[in-house]
Design a protein around this ligand. Structure first.
Ligand code: CP
Length: 317
């Protein structure tokens, strides 16, 4: 197995099964820190730098919380407009990263440009973790998602995923790669203008992922072990920031999963995941059904990111 020590976490495209499993094992070992709200000292001599060029609630705060849970330190920015990258100077990623690497031991970056964390990794002598790049990928979110399913079933093999939402989203790319490693079959449901690109579909076929593209979530809900939701009413991820608009529109019924649909059609042990934030594709009355796992998924965001930080910083092998 490739060592995680010093490794950039940029994409799940080349992640192997045993690498997922190693992260899940370490996550289970470190979970008591999160569960018991008890900070340890595993990373007491390390510092995380967060460089978030786009808004985030969960990814940034859970990565920072993970570092604190392991006794580490955190510096960073959550609003690039208050840095030289966001003002008159428009400082480049290269110039920014060549300093950030001296301020800490690992850089967690979110950026509106696809490939920005990859560029940062070319210049940084410390590991770079991709926390979401444009329409590119969101590897730490999908590691969290898979860990949540794995904790439920202790296997991922042979499951059927129903994925509903905008297929341009970075989570959809990362999960596409991840599913191919576990013999998972998939149904992707999206509005035509948000469907999988031909290029990405060919990549998934090359990775031997079995998938189809039904028109509505409802028609395949009964087959799903995992219902993976994302909005179709949402912000443009290639922009640094999208302010609240007056008119957002409603999600068409084909791309919603409701409490009634789950009651009438879903397997009793099917689980619903959502990386959040949500719009109306997942009504709030789903929250107290047996199927909802998205709050547990958000909790696992801390657990999995503890594991990733511990691995890339060499605190565990
Ligand atoms: N799931 C996720 O990426 O949420 P944030 O945008 O709040 O980080």
């Amino acid at each position: 197995m490739r060592s995680f020590l010093g490794r950039d976490i940029l994409s799940l495209k080349h992640f192997e099964r045993h690498e997922y499993m190693r992260i899940f094992q370490v996550a289970e070992e470190l979970e008591p820190h999160a569960r018991d709200r008890r900070n340890g000292d595993l990373l007491a001599h390390k510092t995380l730098v967060t460089a978030f060029y786009q808004p985030s609630t969960r990814t940034r705060l859970s990565t920072e919380a993970a570092m604190h849970r392991l006794g580490g330190h955190v510096v960073g920015f959550a609003d690039p407009r208050m840095t030289r990258a966001g003002d008159f100077y428009q400082e480049s990623i290269k110039d920014t990263v060549l300093m950030l690497e001296y301020y800490g031991d690992v850089i967690a970056m979110r950026h509106f440009q696809q490939g920005a964390p990859h560029e940062a990794a070319e210049w940084a002598s410390v590991p770079v973790i991709n926390c979401g790049d444009g329409w590119g990928e969101h590897p730490t979110q999908v590691l969290t998602d898979l860990f949540t399913i794995w904790r439920e079933r202790y296997t991922l093999d042979g499951l059927h995923f129903l994925l509903v939402g905008d297929m341009r989203m970075r989570t959809m790319h990362s999960i596409g790669y991840a599913m191919s490693r576990f013999g998972i079959s998939a149904s992707f449901v999206a509005p035509p203008e948000m469907s999988l690109t031909e290029e990405f579909k060919q990549e998934l076929r090359d990775l031997n992922l079995r998938f189809d593209e039904p028109e509505t979530a409802e028609e395949v809900l009964a087959d799903a072990d995992v219902i993976y939701m994302e909005p179709v009413v949402q912000a443009d991820y290639t922009r640094s920031r999208v302010e609240d608009g007056e008119e957002k529109g409603l999600t068409p019924p084909a791309y919603r999963v409701t409490r009634e649909m789950l009651r009438d059609k879903a397997k009793t042990d099917a689980i619903v995941l959502h990386s959040l934030p949500r719009m109306d594709e997942l009504p709030t009355d789903v929250d107290d059904t047996r199927h909802a796992r998205y709050w547990y998924e958000a909790y696992n965001g801390v657990v999995v990111r503890m594991a990733l930080l511990a691995l890339v910083l060499g605190a565990v092998e």
